[in-house]
Ligand binder design. Sequence first.
Ligand SMILES: [Zn+2]
Length: 267
Amino acid sequence: MINIDSFDKILITAGAGMGVDSGLPDFRGEKGFWKAYPLLKNKNLSFVDMANPRAFKLFPKLAWGFYGHRLALYRQTEPHAGFKILLDLCKKSSDYFVVTSNVDGHFQKSGFVDSSIYEVHGSINYLQCTKCSINPYKNELDLLVDMSTFQCSQPPTCNCGALLRPNILMFGDFAWDDSIFFKQEQRYRRFLSEITDNDRLLIIELGAGLSVPTIQIQSNSINSRFKNSYLVRINPRDFEVSGDRSESIVCGALDGLNRLLQANEGL
Ligand SMILES: [Zn+2]
């Protein structure tokens, strides 16, 4: 395994598998989704139906039941020890950036600097209006969800009176406010532009599958863009890598990071 202390800069890329070791549900496939939300199985509603701006129009109480429940779950859940391993590694580097498709805000919660995080699908911790153009703002709400019906009896509303929704990129979403995303993307581009040919860049990818390939595409393209980069792909399933400047660790995120640490202790 690669010596992780021999790098100057770190890029962390994370997908849904990163949250699994914290105990967060995996929505991969209808089975995974309905296992986490059996009540939605009875209504024959899939993840694509619920993570959809249409849901806020058709059944706002249920849509906010789903997001209100997830918000509470993400707030209650402590990020697993792998986040700390990564943070310690980042602190030793001269610069780092996190690219994540997760909307849970767990990198911020673990102590990563907000200005070094790029949330490509937005964040559940921010709200936007379904009608007016108010800037997305921090979600401080405590939403009550009746778990017997999975409904939020009082979906949150904007000052303009219209329904609020999470600032998350959903399926078929043309109304997502990408202003936060845009600023994050600019900072990420700056980070990349400051990497020189002499810099050794370590890319650690965790739990990013091929069903939504955004993260894997990002890791691969960054690894081929720089001369002195190296990609470590940690994933129990879609783990294939190509080229000699990359390796796979075939297991979950936390397990993989522990293995990486242990291997380095022996170096
Ligand atoms: Zn509004």
